[in-house]
Design a protein around this ligand. Structure first.
Ligand code: FNR
Length: 336
Protein backbone atom coordinates (compact mmCIF):
# COMPACT_ATOMS: atom_id res chain seq x y z
CA UNK A 1 0.00 0.00 0.00
CA UNK A 2 2.94 2.32 0.48
CA UNK A 3 4.27 1.44 -2.97
CA UNK A 4 1.05 1.76 -5.01
CA UNK A 5 0.52 5.52 -4.61
CA UNK A 6 4.13 6.21 -5.51
CA UNK A 7 3.28 4.86 -8.97
CA UNK A 8 -0.32 6.00 -9.15
CA UNK A 9 -0.01 9.64 -8.15
CA UNK A 10 1.63 12.64 -9.81
CA UNK A 11 4.94 13.39 -8.08
CA UNK A 12 3.69 16.62 -6.51
CA UNK A 13 0.83 14.82 -4.75
CA UNK A 14 2.88 11.82 -3.67
CA UNK A 15 5.59 14.09 -2.28
CA UNK A 16 2.97 16.08 -0.37
CA UNK A 17 1.53 12.98 1.30
CA UNK A 18 4.75 11.14 1.98
CA UNK A 19 7.13 13.98 2.75
CA UNK A 20 8.20 15.58 6.00
CA UNK A 21 9.85 18.78 7.19
CA UNK A 22 13.37 19.82 6.14
CA UNK A 23 15.92 16.96 6.49
CA UNK A 24 13.10 14.50 7.16
CA UNK A 25 15.05 13.27 10.18
CA UNK A 26 11.97 12.96 12.38
CA UNK A 27 10.06 11.38 9.50
CA UNK A 28 12.53 8.48 9.36
CA UNK A 29 12.82 8.29 13.14
CA UNK A 30 9.05 8.08 13.63
CA UNK A 31 9.11 4.73 11.85
CA UNK A 32 12.55 3.49 12.87
CA UNK A 33 12.04 4.10 16.58
CA UNK A 34 9.48 1.28 16.61
CA UNK A 35 12.20 -1.12 15.54
CA UNK A 36 14.08 -0.53 18.78
CA UNK A 37 11.16 -1.93 20.76
CA UNK A 38 10.63 -5.65 21.12
CA UNK A 39 7.59 -7.59 22.29
CA UNK A 40 7.77 -10.15 25.11
CA UNK A 41 5.54 -13.07 24.17
CA UNK A 42 3.60 -15.10 26.70
CA UNK A 43 2.98 -18.74 25.85
CA UNK A 44 0.38 -21.38 26.72
CA UNK A 45 -2.31 -18.74 26.98
CA UNK A 46 -5.77 -19.42 25.55
CA UNK A 47 -5.82 -17.18 22.48
CA UNK A 48 -8.61 -18.98 20.64
CA UNK A 49 -10.65 -15.77 20.86
CA UNK A 50 -9.02 -12.42 20.35
CA UNK A 51 -11.02 -9.32 21.16
CA UNK A 52 -9.76 -6.09 19.60
CA UNK A 53 -12.71 -3.86 20.38
CA UNK A 54 -12.40 -0.83 22.63
CA UNK A 55 -13.91 2.61 23.19
CA UNK A 56 -12.67 6.15 22.61
CA UNK A 57 -14.50 8.93 24.46
CA UNK A 58 -17.21 6.37 25.12
CA UNK A 59 -17.70 5.38 21.47
CA UNK A 60 -17.19 1.74 20.62
CA UNK A 61 -14.72 0.90 17.83
CA UNK A 62 -13.76 -2.48 16.37
CA UNK A 63 -10.02 -2.05 17.02
CA UNK A 64 -7.82 0.61 18.62
CA UNK A 65 -7.05 2.16 15.23
CA UNK A 66 -8.60 5.46 14.09
CA UNK A 67 -8.08 7.53 10.95
CA UNK A 68 -5.97 10.62 11.69
CA UNK A 69 -6.94 14.02 10.29
CA UNK A 70 -5.11 14.73 7.05
CA UNK A 71 -5.74 17.34 4.41
CA UNK A 72 -6.59 17.29 0.70
CA UNK A 73 -7.90 13.76 0.07
CA UNK A 74 -9.17 14.66 -3.42
CA UNK A 75 -5.56 14.64 -4.57
CA UNK A 76 -5.52 10.96 -3.68
CA UNK A 77 -8.94 10.08 -5.11
CA UNK A 78 -11.81 12.04 -6.72
CA UNK A 79 -14.22 11.06 -3.95
CA UNK A 80 -11.84 12.51 -1.37
CA UNK A 81 -12.74 12.51 2.33
CA UNK A 82 -16.19 11.06 1.61
CA UNK A 83 -14.53 7.79 0.53
CA UNK A 84 -12.26 7.79 3.58
CA UNK A 85 -15.23 8.40 5.86
CA UNK A 86 -17.20 5.54 4.33
CA UNK A 87 -14.25 3.17 4.68
CA UNK A 88 -13.77 4.09 8.34
CA UNK A 89 -17.48 3.56 8.96
CA UNK A 90 -17.40 0.19 7.19
CA UNK A 91 -14.58 -0.85 9.53
CA UNK A 92 -16.51 0.36 12.61
CA UNK A 93 -13.93 2.92 13.47
CA UNK A 94 -13.74 6.70 13.72
CA UNK A 95 -12.35 9.18 11.23
CA UNK A 96 -11.18 12.59 12.35
CA UNK A 97 -11.93 15.04 9.53
CA UNK A 98 -9.29 17.72 8.92
CA UNK A 99 -10.81 21.16 8.49
CA UNK A 100 -8.46 21.56 5.53
CA UNK A 101 -10.45 18.93 3.68
CA UNK A 102 -11.42 18.95 0.02
CA UNK A 103 -14.98 17.74 0.77
CA UNK A 104 -17.02 19.90 3.12
CA UNK A 105 -17.93 19.16 6.73
CA UNK A 106 -21.52 18.75 5.53
CA UNK A 107 -20.69 16.45 2.60
CA UNK A 108 -18.74 14.11 4.85
CA UNK A 109 -21.45 14.22 7.52
CA UNK A 110 -24.13 13.19 5.06
CA UNK A 111 -22.00 10.55 3.30
CA UNK A 112 -22.82 7.81 5.79
CA UNK A 113 -24.06 7.24 9.31
CA UNK A 114 -21.13 7.02 11.72
CA UNK A 115 -19.48 8.63 14.70
CA UNK A 116 -16.93 11.19 13.49
CA UNK A 117 -14.59 13.70 15.09
CA UNK A 118 -13.42 17.04 13.69
CA UNK A 119 -9.94 18.57 13.69
CA UNK A 120 -9.16 22.26 13.49
CA UNK A 121 -6.23 24.56 13.81
CA UNK A 122 -5.94 27.66 15.92
CA UNK A 123 -7.72 30.28 13.93
CA UNK A 124 -10.19 32.60 15.62
CA UNK A 125 -12.19 33.80 12.66
CA UNK A 126 -13.26 30.28 11.80
CA UNK A 127 -15.14 29.73 15.04
CA UNK A 128 -18.20 29.13 12.91
CA UNK A 129 -16.46 26.09 11.43
CA UNK A 130 -16.41 24.45 14.86
CA UNK A 131 -20.08 25.25 15.25
CA UNK A 132 -20.83 23.88 11.79
CA UNK A 133 -19.15 20.61 12.78
CA UNK A 134 -21.14 20.46 16.00
CA UNK A 135 -24.39 21.07 14.11
CA UNK A 136 -23.48 18.31 11.65
CA UNK A 137 -23.11 15.80 14.47
CA UNK A 138 -19.33 15.49 14.84
CA UNK A 139 -18.68 14.26 18.37
CA UNK A 140 -15.37 15.83 19.43
CA UNK A 141 -12.97 18.61 18.47
CA UNK A 142 -9.30 17.78 18.00
CA UNK A 143 -7.24 20.96 18.18
CA UNK A 144 -3.86 20.77 16.47
CA UNK A 145 -1.47 23.03 18.34
CA UNK A 146 1.92 22.33 16.81
CA UNK A 147 1.41 24.69 13.92
CA UNK A 148 1.76 28.38 14.79
CA UNK A 149 3.24 28.50 11.29
CA UNK A 150 3.59 26.08 8.46
CA UNK A 151 6.52 23.63 8.67
CA UNK A 152 8.98 23.82 5.79
CA UNK A 153 8.39 20.89 3.46
CA UNK A 154 11.08 21.43 0.86
CA UNK A 155 9.69 18.95 -1.65
CA UNK A 156 6.46 20.98 -1.81
CA UNK A 157 8.47 24.14 -2.40
CA UNK A 158 10.54 22.51 -5.16
CA UNK A 159 7.39 21.11 -6.77
CA UNK A 160 5.87 24.61 -6.68
CA UNK A 161 2.86 23.03 -5.04
CA UNK A 162 -0.45 24.80 -5.58
CA UNK A 163 -3.17 24.11 -3.03
CA UNK A 164 -6.48 22.61 -4.13
CA UNK A 165 -9.72 24.32 -3.13
CA UNK A 166 -10.25 23.76 0.57
CA UNK A 167 -14.02 23.64 0.53
CA UNK A 168 -14.70 24.54 4.14
CA UNK A 169 -13.29 28.02 3.58
CA UNK A 170 -15.51 28.98 0.68
CA UNK A 171 -16.72 32.50 1.29
CA UNK A 172 -14.30 32.92 4.19
CA UNK A 173 -11.08 33.67 2.36
CA UNK A 174 -10.42 36.11 -0.41
CA UNK A 175 -11.16 34.78 -3.86
CA UNK A 176 -7.92 36.35 -5.03
CA UNK A 177 -6.11 33.81 -2.90
CA UNK A 178 -6.00 30.97 -5.40
CA UNK A 179 -3.60 28.80 -3.44
CA UNK A 180 -0.60 29.45 -5.66
CA UNK A 181 1.34 31.13 -2.86
CA UNK A 182 1.59 28.28 -0.39
CA UNK A 183 2.79 30.36 2.56
CA UNK A 184 0.12 33.04 2.18
CA UNK A 185 -2.62 30.54 1.54
CA UNK A 186 -1.73 28.44 4.54
CA UNK A 187 -1.45 31.49 6.74
CA UNK A 188 -5.00 32.37 5.76
CA UNK A 189 -6.57 28.97 6.11
CA UNK A 190 -4.96 27.47 9.13
CA UNK A 191 -2.60 29.13 11.42
CA UNK A 192 -2.64 31.78 14.09
CA UNK A 193 0.80 32.36 15.56
CA UNK A 194 -0.61 34.25 18.54
CA UNK A 195 -2.84 31.42 19.80
CA UNK A 196 -1.74 30.32 23.29
CA UNK A 197 -2.86 28.35 26.34
CA UNK A 198 -5.38 30.98 27.42
CA UNK A 199 -7.22 30.54 24.13
CA UNK A 200 -8.12 26.93 24.89
CA UNK A 201 -10.76 28.33 27.27
CA UNK A 202 -12.19 30.36 24.41
CA UNK A 203 -12.48 27.27 22.24
CA UNK A 204 -14.23 25.40 25.04
CA UNK A 205 -16.63 28.31 25.44
CA UNK A 206 -17.86 28.14 21.85
CA UNK A 207 -18.63 24.43 21.75
CA UNK A 208 -20.30 21.80 23.90
CA UNK A 209 -18.15 19.06 22.40
CA UNK A 210 -15.20 17.47 24.17
CA UNK A 211 -11.90 19.09 23.11
CA UNK A 212 -8.72 17.06 22.62
CA UNK A 213 -5.30 18.55 22.02
CA UNK A 214 -2.82 17.17 19.60
CA UNK A 215 0.65 17.14 21.13
CA UNK A 216 0.33 18.59 24.59
CA UNK A 217 0.26 17.60 28.22
CA UNK A 218 -2.31 19.77 29.90
CA UNK A 219 -5.39 19.31 32.00
CA UNK A 220 -8.69 21.01 31.29
CA UNK A 221 -9.05 19.13 28.03
CA UNK A 222 -10.83 15.87 27.43
CA UNK A 223 -7.96 13.97 25.89
CA UNK A 224 -4.54 14.16 24.31
CA UNK A 225 -3.03 12.96 21.06
CA UNK A 226 0.71 12.39 21.26
CA UNK A 227 1.70 13.51 17.78
CA UNK A 228 4.43 15.34 15.91
CA UNK A 229 2.16 15.89 12.91
CA UNK A 230 3.69 12.97 11.06
CA UNK A 231 7.03 14.85 11.15
CA UNK A 232 5.68 17.62 8.93
CA UNK A 233 6.22 20.54 11.28
CA UNK A 234 9.32 20.69 13.52
CA UNK A 235 12.12 18.55 12.13
CA UNK A 236 14.31 17.01 14.88
CA UNK A 237 11.32 16.79 17.19
CA UNK A 238 11.64 13.40 18.92
CA UNK A 239 9.92 10.41 17.34
CA UNK A 240 6.52 10.20 19.00
CA UNK A 241 6.87 6.61 20.22
CA UNK A 242 9.95 7.67 22.22
CA UNK A 243 7.96 10.18 24.30
CA UNK A 244 4.67 8.32 24.65
CA UNK A 245 5.48 6.69 27.97
CA UNK A 246 6.60 9.99 29.51
CA UNK A 247 3.36 11.68 28.44
CA UNK A 248 1.24 8.82 29.75
CA UNK A 249 3.11 9.09 33.07
CA UNK A 250 2.42 12.82 33.29
CA UNK A 251 -1.27 12.48 32.41
CA UNK A 252 -1.75 9.87 35.18
CA UNK A 253 -4.91 8.44 33.66
CA UNK A 254 -6.85 11.72 33.97
CA UNK A 255 -7.76 11.77 30.27
CA UNK A 256 -7.34 9.29 27.43
CA UNK A 257 -4.04 9.43 25.53
CA UNK A 258 -4.14 8.64 21.83
CA UNK A 259 -1.03 8.27 19.67
CA UNK A 260 0.10 8.78 16.10
CA UNK A 261 3.27 8.85 14.03
CA UNK A 262 4.96 6.00 12.18
CA UNK A 263 2.32 3.29 12.61
CA UNK A 264 2.93 0.91 9.71
CA UNK A 265 2.27 -2.56 11.23
CA UNK A 266 0.03 -4.34 13.71
CA UNK A 267 3.10 -4.84 15.91
CA UNK A 268 3.50 -1.03 16.03
CA UNK A 269 -0.07 -0.74 17.33
CA UNK A 270 0.62 -3.28 20.06
CA UNK A 271 3.81 -1.46 21.09
CA UNK A 272 1.99 1.87 21.35
CA UNK A 273 -0.77 0.29 23.45
CA UNK A 274 1.81 -1.35 25.72
CA UNK A 275 3.44 2.03 26.27
CA UNK A 276 0.11 3.45 27.39
CA UNK A 277 -1.88 4.65 24.36
CA UNK A 278 -5.58 3.92 24.40
CA UNK A 279 -5.71 3.78 20.61
CA UNK A 280 -3.63 4.87 17.63
CA UNK A 281 -4.34 7.03 14.59
CA UNK A 282 -3.07 6.34 11.10
CA UNK A 283 -2.25 9.25 8.81
CA UNK A 284 -0.29 8.33 5.71
CA UNK A 285 -1.45 4.72 5.58
CA UNK A 286 -5.08 5.83 5.16
CA UNK A 287 -4.19 8.32 2.43
CA UNK A 288 -2.06 5.72 0.64
CA UNK A 289 -4.98 3.28 0.69
CA UNK A 290 -7.21 6.02 -0.71
CA UNK A 291 -4.72 6.84 -3.48
CA UNK A 292 -4.24 3.18 -4.36
CA UNK A 293 -7.84 1.97 -4.41
CA UNK A 294 -10.27 4.62 -3.15
CA UNK A 295 -12.72 3.69 -0.40
CA UNK A 296 -11.84 0.01 -0.79
CA UNK A 297 -8.15 0.81 -0.32
CA UNK A 298 -8.71 2.66 2.97
CA UNK A 299 -10.86 -0.22 4.16
CA UNK A 300 -8.16 -2.74 3.24
CA UNK A 301 -5.50 -0.75 5.07
CA UNK A 302 -7.55 -0.73 8.27
CA UNK A 303 -8.41 -4.43 7.87
CA UNK A 304 -4.78 -5.38 7.24
CA UNK A 305 -3.61 -3.52 10.35
CA UNK A 306 -6.42 -5.06 12.37
CA UNK A 307 -5.51 -8.56 11.14
CA UNK A 308 -1.86 -8.00 11.92
CA UNK A 309 -2.70 -6.76 15.40
CA UNK A 310 -4.91 -9.77 15.99
CA UNK A 311 -2.19 -12.20 14.90
CA UNK A 312 0.37 -10.36 17.03
CA UNK A 313 -1.92 -10.65 20.05
CA UNK A 314 -2.39 -14.37 19.41
CA UNK A 315 1.32 -15.04 18.94
CA UNK A 316 2.27 -13.03 21.99
CA UNK A 317 -0.45 -14.38 24.26
CA UNK A 318 -2.66 -11.34 24.84
CA UNK A 319 -6.29 -12.28 24.08
CA UNK A 320 -7.71 -8.85 24.91
CA UNK A 321 -6.40 -5.28 24.85
CA UNK A 322 -6.61 -5.19 28.64
CA UNK A 323 -3.93 -7.86 28.81
CA UNK A 324 -1.40 -5.61 27.07
CA UNK A 325 0.73 -3.64 29.50
CA UNK A 326 4.07 -1.90 29.87
CA UNK A 327 5.91 -5.02 30.94
CA UNK A 328 5.15 -6.64 27.61
CA UNK A 329 7.57 -4.52 25.59
CA UNK A 330 11.23 -3.73 25.97
CA UNK A 331 12.79 -0.55 24.69
CA UNK A 332 16.37 -0.28 23.45
CA UNK A 333 17.59 0.94 26.82
CA UNK A 334 16.23 -1.99 28.78
CA UNK A 335 18.19 -5.21 29.17
CA UNK A 336 17.18 -7.88 26.64
C1 FNR B 1 -1.32 15.32 8.09
N1 FNR B 1 -1.57 15.60 9.43
C2 FNR B 1 -2.51 16.56 9.74
N2 FNR B 1 -2.84 16.78 11.04
C3 FNR B 1 -3.79 17.66 11.36
O1 FNR B 1 -4.08 17.82 12.54
N3 FNR B 1 -4.45 18.37 10.38
C4 FNR B 1 -4.18 18.20 9.07
O2 FNR B 1 -4.81 18.84 8.20
C5 FNR B 1 -3.15 17.29 8.72
N4 FNR B 1 -2.82 17.10 7.41
C6 FNR B 1 -1.96 16.10 7.07
C7 FNR B 1 -1.72 15.83 5.73
C8 FNR B 1 -0.92 14.75 5.39
C9 FNR B 1 -0.68 14.45 3.94
C10 FNR B 1 -0.30 13.96 6.39
C11 FNR B 1 0.56 12.78 6.04
C12 FNR B 1 -0.51 14.24 7.72
C13 FNR B 1 -0.93 14.81 10.51
C14 FNR B 1 -1.73 13.55 10.83
O3 FNR B 1 -2.91 13.87 11.52
C15 FNR B 1 -0.95 12.58 11.71
O4 FNR B 1 -0.48 13.26 12.86
C16 FNR B 1 0.25 11.92 11.02
O5 FNR B 1 -0.04 11.65 9.67
C17 FNR B 1 0.61 10.60 11.73
O6 FNR B 1 1.76 10.05 11.21
P1 FNR B 1 1.75 8.88 10.11
O7 FNR B 1 0.68 7.89 10.49
O8 FNR B 1 1.47 9.53 8.79
O9 FNR B 1 3.13 8.33 10.20
Amino acid sequence: MEELPRKALPKMYYDYYSGGAEDEYTLKQNVEAFQGITIRPRILVDVSRINLSTTVLGYKISAPILVAPSAKHKWAHPEGEVATARAAAACDTIMILSYRSTCTIEEVASSCNAVRFFQCYTRYIYANIVQRAERCGYKAIFLTIDSPRLGRKEKDIKNKMVNPQLKNFEGLISTQDDGSNIEAFDANTAFDASFSWKDIGWLRSITNLPVLLKRAVEVGVDGIVVSNHGARQLDYAPPTISVLEEVVGAVKGKVPVLFDGGIRRGTDVLKALALGAQAVLIGRLAVYGLAAKGEYGVKRVIEMLRDELELTMALSGYPTLNHISRKHVRTKHERP
